[in-house]
Design a binder for this molecule. Structure first.
Ligand SMILES: [Zn+2]
Length: 419
């Protein structure tokens, strides 16, 4: 377990209080602890990491909210749900106190990014059941900035609104930031973005990929900030005010990085982030498997901030990872290479099997010429050790995502898996 930015004493007091509370008052956690037979005072490390699927199954057995509730239902004031893109959606409840915690954590992220009174922050998405949208609005109110919803608008209308209002920041996915930039250039509306000095990114790894971040920062002439969170586990990652990447909010979360066998990940290797929010008690998750892949490093951020630093942010999702010819392949690593190639546009990755049974990767990418395709192919071979068939396509032909990108197609036949 990582040491906490809070000091081990305070964090462990909070943790012990949380464990006692849930063992006493939360039926889901109580049953789980009883089944594990860990004795009267289990330590966090005694608990097996919790998956989203366990919570989903509990909710299916006990509709509509499941049993992971520490308080009577009337104490809860907010309901959100996970997107369900990687399985059935999960409903997550918050009490008024827990919701205040979300508000404060988002305000913290915004303060670190330098957003405050006088800022006009445009939210370039439609508000859905995912917690992120609503917590963002709360956080903006907390820091005294103006929240401007741009849901239900097309990109040119958004650009026009940003221009007319003199918006100072845009909150969106990194994919959409690049899309908006493309529309601004196509429609010669680049000057609409002059007032914008901050891009707040979320929802995808992109904002911490150096080449994606560089494109956003150069294109907008603005700083790009990343942050990360999950409806079911809280906003655990905030940007570094001085550098790139993410900090894990260790005053609020116990953070661990584990390998596929759930053992601590060695230094400088990739592993899954497992977190325990210490103060969200209404819907507690202990040792929650985020599915977010990060690199375990002791590297300090440029400002030597105490919280653990993830220089590369979230580098992928465990469920995005594909094993090709025995190698772990993350689509985000391919994206990083594509964004490095000059003049590259939208792209699509297809995993497929040759008749011989050999798995292959096809990368369709909008490129100016065949020479760029050969260079990209060579770059991926050298940097990622991957053999990728690069297919240049005409700029503008691939679909333009308006939010989170869906750029991966897996055409391989389902295989028996021993796990
Ligand atoms: Zn820092």
């Amino acid at each position: 377990m990582a040491t906490s930015g809070l000091g081990i004493g305070v964090a462990s007091d909070r943790l012990n209080e949380l464990l006692e509370l849930v063992a006493r008052d939360n039926p889901f956690q109580r049953n789980r602890l009883a089944a594990l037979d860990l004795g009267a005072a289990p330590a966090l490390a005694d608990l097996p990491p919790l998956t989203k699927l366990e919570l989903v199954h509990d909710q299916e057995r006990n509709p509509p909210f499941g049993t992971n509730l520490t308080y009577p239902l009337e104490r809860y004031t907010q309901m959100h749900q996970t997107s369900g893109t990687t399985g059935p959606p999960l409903r997550v409840l918050d009490t008024a106190d827990d919701w205040t915690w979300w508000r404060e954590r988002f305000a913290h992220t915004l303060s670190v990014a330098g957003v405050g009174p006088g800022d006009k922050v445009t939210l370039a998405y439609s508000f859905g059941p995912h917690i992120q949208f609503w917590a963002a609005k709360e956080g903006l109110e907390e820091v005294g900035a103006m929240a401007v919803a741009l849901g239900g608008m097309g990109s040119s209308q958004r650009l026009q609104t940003i221009d007319e209002l003199g918006a100072t920041a845009i909150w969106c996915t990194p994919t959409y930031a690049l899309r908006l930039l493309e529309v601004a250039v196509e429609q010669r509306l680049e000057s609409a973005l002059d007032s914008v000095d901050r891009i707040l990114c979320t929802g995808e790894p992109g904002a911490s990929l150096p080449a994606v971040r560089a494109r956003i920062e150069e294109g907008f002439g603005a700083r790009c900030f990343d942050h990360a969170g999950l409806t079911e586990a809280g906003p655990f990652g905030y940007p570094c005010s001085e550098g790139h990447g993410l900090h894990v909010d260790e005053s609020e979360f116990v953070c661990e990085i584990v390998d596929e066998e759930l053992r601590p990940t060695p230094q400088n290797e990739r592993g899954e982030l497992v977190i325990t929010p210490l103060r969200r008690t209404g819907f507690p998750v202990l040792r929650y498997r985020t599915g977010d892949v990060v690199v375990n490093t002791e590297e300090r951020c440029p400002a030597d901030h105490p919280d653990r630093w993830l220089p590369g942010g979230i580098v992928g999702r465990t469920d995005d990872m594909v094993v090709i010819r025995g190698m772990n392949v993350y689509p985000s690593a391919i994206e990083e290479a594509v964004r490095h190639a000059s003049g590259s546009g939208e792209f699509r990755i297809t995993f497929y099997s040759e008749p011989s049974g050999m798995d292959e990767i096809k990368l369709e990418v909008e490129l100016g010429d065949g020479k760029a395709a050969r260079e990209l192919q060579e770059m991926m071979r050298k940097q990622l050790g991957l053999r990728v068939r690069v297919v240049p396509v005409t700029p503008g032909v691939l679909p333009r995502p308006d939010g989170k990108a869906r750029r991966v197609v897996d055409e391989r036949p389902a295989k028996w898996s021993g796990s």
